[in-house]
Ligand binder design. Structure first.
Ligand code: 7PJ
Length: 288
């Protein structure tokens, strides 16, 4: 297993996460309208059971989200978002001792989640909302900065870029890292995410995956989320409930291209794909 001499620890509140090898983040949507699980995990007990299963299957992180960011989704109020995520975070932390990430752009949700014991912030808007950067600094937690062009309401309306997509994404993320560092958020606390599906055509997504070296060159750990997304549906002609095999291929590919955290729905199967891909990269089955 892991040799502590080669471990790369990310301090996540009460937890620390070794990202010297690829880790899996299990998705726990607590929105009534999440597109791929139809809001089945809205009930608190259901959410807990689902998280417990993902942890048993090998998830290192549980990502709790209360704002649907699927294309066209309506905005959510702060109170609504808090009502959805706070009880889940509290129980995941207290009952399962889970490393919880909160998928939010809202400064009040960031603050509250940190107080409840969350260990990571996952912001699809890369801390651009008013007060979000300050809230993240106050939380003292690692932050995943994601690239999105536009807002969920309109981001998939004929997205286009004036330069190669990998340059646009790398430029945006580098600028956000600089803004975070200038505000006092330490670089060691940052992760980057190309934001597959967020204001991108299927061709943009495929090219971004192929050119992930442009992002690894920024020198920060990469998180990717492609699980069940429409890029799989478009390439394979599959509805959302038939995208597992396509997702496994993408997960293996992402590991080969340097991703260190994979945000997914199907933790067990993805663990196998990730560990197999990593074994090829390392020419062995040790993590270190
Ligand atoms: C992502 C996310 C992603 C990060 C969602 C879905 C849509 N956070 N939140 N990266 N996607 N960091 O799960 O299909 O790709 S919500």
């Amino acid at each position: 297993m892991t040799d502590s001499s080669s471990a790369t620890w990310l301090p996540c509140g009460r937890h620390r996460l070794d990202i010297s090898y690829p880790r899996v983040m299990g998705i726990l949507n607590v929105t009534p309208d999440s597109f791929s699980d139809g809001g089945r995990h809205v009930a608190l007990d259901d959410a807990l059971r689902h998280a417990e299963r993902m942890l048993a299957e090998g998830a290192a992180i549980i990502d709790v989200g209360g704002e649907s960011t699927r294309p066209g989704a309506p905005p959510v109020s702060t109170q609504q978002e808090l009502d959805r995520v706070a009880p889940v975070i509290e129980r995941l932390v207290c009952e399962l001792d889970a490393l919880v990430s909160v998928d939010t752009s809202n400064p009040r949700v960031i603050e509250q989640a940190a107080q409840l014991g969350a260990g990571m912030i996952n912001d699809v808007r890369a801390l651009q909302r008013d007060g979000a950067l300050e809230a993240a600094i106050g939380a003292g937690l690692p932050v995943c900065l994601m690239h999105m062009q536009g807002e969920p309401q309109d981001m998939q309306q004929a997205p286009r870029y004036d330069e190669p997509i990998e340059d646009a994404v790398a430029g945006f993320l580098a600028a956000r890292v600089a803004a975070c560092e200038a505000a006092g958020l330490r670089r060691e606390r940052l992760l980057l995410d190309p934001g597959f599906g967020f204001g991108k055509t299927v061709e943009h997504n495929l090219r971004l995956l192929n050119r992930m070296d442009r992002l690894t060159a920024l020198g920060l750990p990469l998180l990717v989320g492609m699980s069940r997304k429409s890029m799989i549906g478009k390439v394979l002609g599959r509805p959302v409930e038939e995208r597992l095999a396509g997702g496994l291929a993408l997960a293996a590919h992402a590991v080969g291209r340097g991703a260190r955290i994979l945000r997914v729905h199907d933790v067990g199967p993805v663990m196998d794909a990730v560990n197999m891909s990593w074994a090829v990269l390392r020419e062995g089955c040790e993590h270190d």
